[in-house]
Design a protein around this ligand. Structure first.
Ligand code: NAD
Length: 679
């Protein structure tokens, strides 16, 4: 018997136990153990039913990623699956931990599934732009029906055992800690009932009601149009599920293969798979090794309870870390704490938190009106007004109050962190922790490394980010760090372009169709034209001067009715035309959507290349992760740098030159050498 498999027979039930740490991936050794175990039981007349169970922390994970790109070895997965499914004895998958992706597809090959309450099952392939390609799209609808299968596979979320039981994804629930005994008892019960053995692939009862109803799929796609926009995988999943209902199993399986191959070859899936790894990569800082000591953070002080301070506080409260929140005036403090409470209560009203949890979080806040109370805080985060003198002054005061060894962080969006650190006697403890708004929601945390920030402080901030559910991206000091710096370019170009002929509607629509939630002018109107101050004369400034502040007052780039429906604004059009005339803007007329996207996003790519060239970002994937998680750049394009690689770097260079923009040295070099940013 292979080294990771063990067989025994109890009371007519053969038990095959697999133990292939860390996650029982379906690699070579596991496949051998499955193959040998099932053959042994097939030949043993004493065995009437089989329980397949795993040791260690979980049921089978999917394929073994260490085998990717290696020549195939040992029994193929498909051959192993066939032996399990086509045997003459019922096989019961006994699930603990998770059975996701390939792991759950293996469970679907079995004739029955039993799980403990803490287990989770599911088919999450959609998150990588793929579909379950080992029969999952054909088997799942046969046990849960088409409507549930659509939600499970296009959503991709792990399903808790109790819900899985009600949906039919598992057949029985075992008692926690008693999976083995309960699975054996379940097997005995099946034998006692003496029902004919049924393979999932042969079942028709659950798909029959949907057969001959193409409208189910059309309606489903229509209902989810917003959610699926730009992605490819949900559409192929829906087609594969339709095939499960309409075609005999083997034909459906071929259709699944075709649709899977199509996804593997698609840019959308390549981008999503790239992003999956990129998100993990950004935590690595080459000169800050994994074993760098970290500073324990058990208490946090936050200064400023405005838009950002409150949101930042919630991250720590959610992680059970007490926060002292400091404001200048009682009124501002009460308002800040009131907003936090309201946010939690809204979450509770949606059923995502209990009333008790709300109180537990709120009990972790200590309100204060002076920073003197922060003398024992392990980490102090400043989130006051964006003004360098205010921040320098405050850091001078914090330096006097904070204990030695405390981390002093600023949430500044654009300011010089080195100047802020210079206001203290301990610049090695000063770091930028740049959250994005809303800070309790957005997953990006830029960790800004000052000239003197110590490695321990960087290591601590990167680890802490993960603890509070953020994805850390390390940034060097410059105006705007990574995300704000590269994305600000888009807004500036949009203001220039709109003066040259393309309308706000045309520009917004082009970016919406590219995959952003909205275009730059819709965004300005939503946020408020007066929020971001501009220097010198600007379109926004001119509109504000006319009292047009956006959706909140008199409209902005658009006019709005009482339901906030936008229509093109003749007033805004005149403001644009007047400023264009004053600036002598060259008129180019309308542009195609593709040209608009190139005009707006090539400069973003160029700025990303500058950021890399200057060492502000460590890797191209860090720029992409920052734009994706900080600005909701569409994931199926991979972010600006990945996208530029798919467009072709020479095309980007030529496009920039045609716009009169000097391409960065790095971009030009890469284009000339046939290189790329992300491959
Ligand atoms: P805000 O005006 O909403 O809040 C600032 C708060 O700080 C106010 O409530 C003010 O009373 C308080 N404050 C000022 N000086 C103080 C002091 N000495 N002691 C205690 N409290 C003091 O501003 P905001 O939008 O929360 O921005 C705060 C910081 O976060 C800025 O540096 C900003 O650039 C940065 N930031 C903002 C955003 C955003 O989208 N709003 C995003 C990322 C970073």
């Amino acid at each position: 018997m292979s080294e990771c498999g063990k067989t025994e027979v109890i009371d007519g039930v053969g038990i095959l136990t697999i133990n292939s740490p860390p996650v029982n991936a379906l690699g070579y050794k596991t496949r051998v153990a499955l193959d040998e175990g099932f053959r042994e039981f097939a030949d043993d007349d004493a065995v009437k039913a089989i329980v397949l169970i795993c040791e260690g922390r979980t049921f089978f994970a999917g394929a073994d990623i260490s085998e990717f790109g290696q020549p195939p070895r040992g029994p193929e997965l498909k051959a192993v699956f066939d032996i399990i499914e086509n045997g003459s004895k019922p096989v019961i998958a006994a699930i603990h931990g998770t059975a996701l992706g390939g792991g759950y597809e293996l469970a679907l090959i079995c004739h029955y599934r039993i799980a403990i309450p803490s287990a989770k099952v599911g088919l999450p392939e959609v998150a990588l732009g793929l579909l379950p390609g080992a029969g999952g799209t054909q088997r799942l609808p046969r046990i849960v029906g088409v409507p549930a299968a659509l939600d499970i596979m296009t959503g991709g979320k792990p399903v808790a055992a109790s819900k899985a039981l009600s949906l039919g994804m598992i057949d029985a629930m075992a008692e926690e800690g008693k999976l083995r005994e309960d699975a054996i008892a379940f097997a005995r019960k099946i034998l006692a009932e003496g029902k004919p053995l049924q393979r999932v692939r042969d079942r028709q009862d659950m798909v029959e009601p949907s057969r001959g109803h193409p409208e189910i799929y059309a309606d489903y796609l229509k209902k989810n149009a917003r959610k699926f926009r730009g992605f490819k995988a949900p559409f192929n999943i829906v087609k594969a599920i339709e095939a499960a209902a309409e075609l005999p199993f083997d034909e459906g399986k071929l259709r699944e293969r075709e649709l899977f191959e199509e996804l593997v070859a698609s840019t959308e899936s390549a981008a999503q798979r790239y992003f999956f790894f990129a998100e993990r990569e950004t935590a690595k800082v080459p000169d800050v090794p994994k074993d760098t000591p970290v500073i324990p953070v058990n208490s946090v002080g936050i200064i400023g309870a405005g838009t950002m301070g409150g949101g930042i506080a919630m991250n720590f409260l959610n992680a059970g870390i007490p926060v002292t929140l400091v404001e200048m005036k009682q009124e501002a403090l009460d308002r800040g704490i009131g907003v936090i409470r309201k946010n939690y209560e809204n979450t509770a009203a949606k059923g995502r938190m209990t009333a008790e949890q709300v109180e537990q979080c709120m009990a972790l806040i200590t309100p204060a009106l002076s920073i003197d109370v922060l003398s024992e805080a392990d980490l102090i985060i400043e989130a006051v007004f964006e003004d360098i003198e205010v921040k320098k002054n405050l850091f001078g005061q914090i330096d006097k109050v904070a204990k030695q060894g405390a981390i002093l962080a600023s949430n500044t969006s654009y300011l010089d962190l080195n100047a802020i650190a210079g206001a203290t006697s301990r610049p090695e403890y000063v770091v930028g922790m740049h959250f994005f708004s809303p800070a309790n929601v957005m997953r990006l945390l830029e960790v800004v490394r000052g000239e003197k920030t110590s490695k321990e402080v960087i290591a601590t901030a990167m680890k802490l980010a993960k603890k509070i559910g953020k994805v850390p991206v390390l940034a060097g000091v410059c105006d705007g760090f990574i995300a704000n710096r590269v994305m600000t370019v888009r807004g500036k170009i949009a203001e220039q372009l709109v003066q040259q002929g393309p309308t706000p509607q045309e520009i917004d629509k082009a970016l919406y169709d590219y995959g952003f939630a909205m275009g730059p002018f819709q965004m300005s109107d939503l946020v408020g034209l007066d929020v971001i101050k501009t220097q010198g004369r600007s379109l926004r400034g001119d509109l504000v001067a006319l009292g047009r502040l956006g959706q909140k007052k008199n409209g902005g780039f658009y006019d709005y009715d009482e339901k906030r429906n936008a229509t093109p604004s003749p007033v805004a059009a005149k403001v644009i035309a007047d400023l264009a005339k004053e600036n002598g803007a060259k008129q180019i007329g309308s542009l195609s959507a593709e040209e608009i996207v190139a005009q707006l996003l090539y400069p973003v790519v160029n700025e990303g290349a500058h950021v890399l060239d200057e060492g502000i970002a460590l890797r191209a994937c860090d720029v992409d992760v920052a734009c994706l998680l900080g600005y909701n750049w569409p994931v199926y394009t991979g972010g600006p740098m990945f996208w530029a690689d798919t467009v072709g770097l020479q095309k980007v260079v030529d496009g920039l030159k045609a716009m009169g923009i000097e391409p960065s040295k790095l971009l030009v070099e890469k284009a000339a050498s046939g290189g790329s940013f992300t491959r």
